[in-house]
Design a protein around this ligand. Sequence first.
Ligand SMILES: [Zn+2]
Length: 356
Amino acid sequence: MPRPVARGGDAVSERFVRQERLPQVGAEGQARLAASRVAIVGCGATGSHLAAILGRSGVGSAAGGADGGLLRLIDRDVVELSNLPRQTLFTAADVEAVRPKAEAAADALRAVDPELRVEPAVTDLVADNAQALLGDVDLVLDGTDNFPTRMLVNDLCVRDGTPFVYCGVVGIEGQLLVVRPGGPCLRCYVPELPAPGALPTCDTAGVLGSVVSLVASLAAGEALKILLGSDDVRDGEVLVVDGWRNDVRAVGLPVDPDCACCGRHDTAFLDRPAAATPTALCGRDAVQLPPTGAPVDLDAAAERLAAEGEVTRTRFLVRVDTPDRRVLLFADGRVIVGDTKDASEARSVRARLLGE
Ligand SMILES: [Zn+2]
């Protein structure tokens, strides 16, 4: 648990006066939140709400070098127009500027509280970087839209004893589960990766902003209670939310003694090499291709792509809008090819445009 460290200045107590008045928080609790180190994986629909609630609550605002508070926001994509109905940290200007979600979210939170120690990570969380991104935090929150990433996070958190709050929303339904040492883990609930197409996604079923806010608020509340050391954390049960009728149902989840992760300590997702396979991005008619390992020269790519369409160059990426599609090349070597769900078509587009 984070040690209590106070923020300096009178403005701090004024900012958090209503939180500190709560017997569940108090001045000591507020100091604990400030000293907490939290990673949020994914800054999309649920992730941007989680970041907003934790950041505004003062999580990760205590100074103190490597021991200070931290709010790390990890996301692999840029802000798109279709995100704005739900993702309240972002604006039309972020879409126009082709801003990575992690960076745009971090700036939005710094504008709310300049003392926040918020750290954007514009990257895909994979086995190769999971330890670096999640190994130094007190708690991990799930803002992703896919089970391979959730399983990876679950493996690392169970191995290290780091609390992890899973949440997900599709259509008008959501679910959340607190994973802590001694309790059930995500693989006690979902033992194996769901087969592609087996579950509805926000692509196929749609999603409603009010439901996203509701489920993310419940998950953020569990995270705050864990950081505060509360006895009221909802351990050992899945909360199932019907966000249309506004029902929240608790379904008991026993620890599975045969669970591959928490029972047999098989951290298969952590042992996999970085995603060598293309990923269809949920909520987006696009395919992400992993880095090829070739050095990335954004300036050279921008120059080369100018003949193909309209090029936008930022310090994180190059975007080209050709007559038939949109393609993003990130500084870490990833490529997102738009207007397709087909991996081989995405590869051939990359080969044609980038010569890889
Ligand atoms: Zn388990």
